[in-house]
Ligand binder design. Structure first.
Ligand SMILES: C[S@@+](CC[C@H](N)C(=O)[O-])C[C@H]1O[C@@H](n2cnc3c(N)ncnc32)[C@H](O)[C@@H]1O
Length: 278
C-alpha cells in the first residue's frame, strides 16, 4: 500500500483545520501534523490514519465538555465591564459553568485554592497549562491582580476571551495559543496548574507527562485528576496515583496529595531539580 507523502500530510492537515467542526477554533497546525505522524509511526494503514487522528483530536479538544458562542461572550463581557466588577464576576461564574471541568469546581473554588496555596505559598507567577476556562476563576483565587498569570490553550477564541477578561479585570493579558506538549511554556513561574488533563495527555502519547513536567520552568506543579469517571460509575484513585508516581519515578521529586469534592490534587515539588537545572 502506498505510504503517505509530506504533501498528503499537508492536505490532510488543511482538510481537518478547515472543516466545519474545527475551523472556528483556529488550532495550531503542528498539533494535527503531530497526530498524523504519530498514527503513521504506530503503523496505521494510510487509509485509517485520518480517521484515528480525528478521533484523537476530538479527545484532545473535548468539545463535549462545553464550548460557548465566543463572539457573544465577548459582547457580554464588554457589557459587564461597563457595569462594574460585580457584573464581571457574575460573567466569570457563567463562563466557568459552561465547561464541565470548571463547573464541577464552582461550589468549592475558594477552598480548592486555599488548599493549594497553604501548601505552596502564594505564587507571584502561575502557568495555567491546558487551561480551558479555569482563568475565569481568578477572582476566587485570592491572588493580587499583579500576579503574572500565564494561561495556555490550543483553542484560539478561548485564549482571546481569556485575554479580554484579563484586560477588563486589570491584569496583564498573558494568555497564549500554544500546543504545550510540542512547545512547552518558556515563561519562568513559581507554579504550574495542570488541572484535569494529565490523563488525556497519557491517551495522546503514553508517558509524555514525564518530559512535559521536566520541561516546565517552575518549582511546583499542581496536577489534578478526577477521582471518578464522567458518569461517576468508576473509581479511578489508584490509577490516577499510579499515573503521577510513574511519571516522576526516579526524578527525586516529592509529592503531597489531597482531594476536594472528587478532584484529586497532587502537589509535585520539583524545586531541588529546578535548582540543579538553573
Ligand atoms: C479538560 S480541559 C482542561 C480543563 C481545565 N484545565 C480545568 O481544569 O478547568 C482540556 C483543555 O486543554 C486544552 N488542551 C488540550 N491539549 C492541549 C495542549 N497540548 N496544549 C494546549 N492546550 C491543550 C483543550 O483545548 C481544552 O481547553
Amino acid at each position: 500500500m502506498k505510504s503517505l507523502t509530506e504533501n498528503d500530510i499537508d492536505q490532510m492537515t488543511e482538510r481537518v483545520l478547515s472543516s466545519r467542526k474545527y475551523s472556528a477554533m483556529d488550532l495550531p497546525p503542528e498539533t494535527v501534523r503531530d497526530l498524523i505522524r504519530q498514527e503513521i509511526a504506530a503503523g496505521k494503514p494510510p487509509k485509517e490514519v485520518e480517521k484515528s487522528m480525528r478521533e484523537k483530536l476530538h479527545q484532545i479538544i473535548a468539545p463535549y465538555l462545553g464550548d460557548p458562542d465566543y463572539p457573544l461572550k465577548e459582547e457580554r463581557l464588554a457589557a459587564a465591564a461597563a457595569e462594574g466588577e460585580d457584573a464581571v464576576r457574575d460573567w466569570c461564574l457563567r463562563m466557568l459553568s459552561v465547561h464541565t471541568s470548571s463547573r464541577e469546581r464552582i461550589p468549592h473554588m475558594t477552598e480548592f485554592y486555599q488548599a493549594i496555596f497553604e501548601r505552596i505559598g502564594v505564587p507571584e507567577s502561575v502557568l495555567d497549562v491546558a487551561c480551558a476556562f479555569n482563568p475565569f476563576a481568578f477572582p476566587w483565587m485570592g491572588l493580587p491582580k499583579t500576579t503574572a498569570y500565564h494561561a495556555y490553550d490550543l483553542h484560539r477564541p478561548r485564549v482571546h476571551l481569556i485575554n479580554s477578561f484579563f484586560k477588563v479585570y486589570g491584569m496583564k493579558p498573558l494568555a497564549e495559543t500554544k500546543d504545550i506538549l510540542l512547545n512547552p511554556p518558556e515563561a519562568i513561574a513559581d507554579t504550574a496548574f495542570f488541572f484535569k488533563e494529565a490523563h488525556r495527555f497519557e491517551s495522546r502519547r503514553k508517558g509524555c507527562n514525564r518530559n512535559f513536567w521536566i520541561s516546565l520552568p517552575v518549582k511546583t506543579i499542581v496536577v489534578t485528576l478526577p477521582a471518578e469517571n464522567l458518569t461517576g460509575q468508576h473509581q479511578m484513585r489508584d490509577r490516577q496515583r499510579n499515573l503521577i508516581e510513574k511519571n516522576i519515578d526516579g526524578l527525586g521529586w516529592t509529592y503531597e496529595e489531597t482531594e476536594i469534592a472528587g478532584e484529586m490534587i497532587f502537589i509535585i515539588d520539583k524545586s531541588s531539580k529546578f535548582k540543579v537545572q538553573m
